[in-house]
Design a protein around this ligand. Structure first.
Ligand SMILES: [Zn+2]
Length: 335
């Protein structure tokens, strides 16, 4: 018994000796697993990367049968298991290194992540210029990876595997400690799934311009920061929207609610703006939109113009200074 014990200890000791030292660094995010039924920002980038490899798919953020058959065909051409499921092996073969001067759909895939997941102000135009390069350098340095402005395999993994929100875009990082979550008690469903997230396709080619924080009708909606109520109107299926011009110049549109405030009134951080209202179709949620406040005009813009958000990339039907609101999910929740 004793002999066997010391034999095992010797083996363990030898194993420790031959195991190479692992470098100490923050964990690289895992590649996400996407398959038929997935939706959101990563699906957009997947579709742009498939286009870049010559596969014809529509870029709508929804992983349906068209995307699935393109994935399967890409997998068989690349000696991968053709199961239609996009994991680490498939991602690794789909991404290509891009840098200043690149002009292709892979650039759009990276720009889409930078803009929609991390809140950088870049255009999704497929042209890797100085604006994209500086966004990439900033993203790299925030994530502790070499800030060379080149999107290679590691940067791709951080872009696509990262969670966004407070970890990336400068809009939300600066507000994370000062603003509060707009839904008292927090949402009942995960706002990063199920079509509740920013940028997912809606009917007739429109993309979701806000984030949905689900809650039962009557739940209180709170001002995230101080400001003045500038507009209240009918918004969707019998529900209303309240626009607040925040004191920092930004605009918050609290939607699908029953207002408790009136136009011209002041709100402080935590003031009850209204309560979640059941729409005529039965949905119950706070739909939140945020704007930089750098341009004027109606927040909803149905005509394609210079005052229109990301014309070349996506049809959000919103004003040009729309902000990715996903970072609001990480604000402190008032119980
Ligand atoms: Zn919504």
């Amino acid at each position: 018994m004793k002999k066997r014990f010391s034999f095992i200890m010797t083996i363990l000791f030898l194993l420790i000796l031959v195991t190479p030292n692992q470098p100490v660094k923050a964990a690289t995010p895992s590649w996400p697993l996407l398959q038929n039924g997935s939706s959101g920002t990563n699906v957009y980038s997947l579709q742009y990367l498939l286009l870049n490899k010559g596969y014809s798919v529509s870029v709508d953020g929804m992983f349906g049968s068209g995307t699935e058959s393109a994935v399967k065909s890409f997998q068989s051409s690349n000696a991968l298991t053709a199961d239609g499921i996009v994991g680490a092996n498939t991602w690794s073969k789909l991404v290509v290194t891009i840098s200043n001067g690149s002009n292709n759909n892979a650039v759009k895939a990276a720009q889409y992540q930078l803009m929609n997941k991390y809140g950088y102000s870049v255009s999704v135009d497929g042209i890797f210029g100085s604006g994209t390069e500086s966004a990439v350098r900033s993203f790299q340095s925030k994530n502790g990876i070499a800030s060379d402005g080149i999107v290679g395999p590691t940067t791709w993994q951080y872009l696509i595997g990262g969670t966004g929100g407070s970890t990336g875009g400068s809009f939300w990082t600066s507000r994370q400690s000062s603003w509060i979550h707009p839904l008292k008690g927090g949402p009942t469903l995960d706002p990063t799934t199920g079509g509740r997230e920013f940028g997912v396709a809606r009917s007739s080619g429109r993309y979701h311009a806000g984030v949905d924080f689900t809650a039962e009708a009557g739940r209180q909606v709170l001002a995230m920061t101080s400001g003045q109520v500038i507009n209240i109107y009918e918004f969707y299926e019998g529900t209303k929207a309240v626009e607040v011009k925040n004191d920092d110049g930004t605009v918050a549109r609290y939607c699908e609610i029953s207002p408790w405030v009136s136009v011209g009134g002041r709100v402080s951080k935590g003031t009850v703006v209204g309560t979640v209202m059941r729409s005529n179709t039965g949905s119950q949620m706070l739909h939140l939109e945020v704007y930089m406040g750098t341009v004027s005009g109606a927040l909803t813009q149905t005509a394609n113009s210079s005052n229109y958000y990301y014309v070349s990339a996506a049809n959000y039907q919103r004003r040009a200074d729309l902000v990715n609101p996903m970072g609001a999910k990480d604000l402190s929740i008032i119980r």
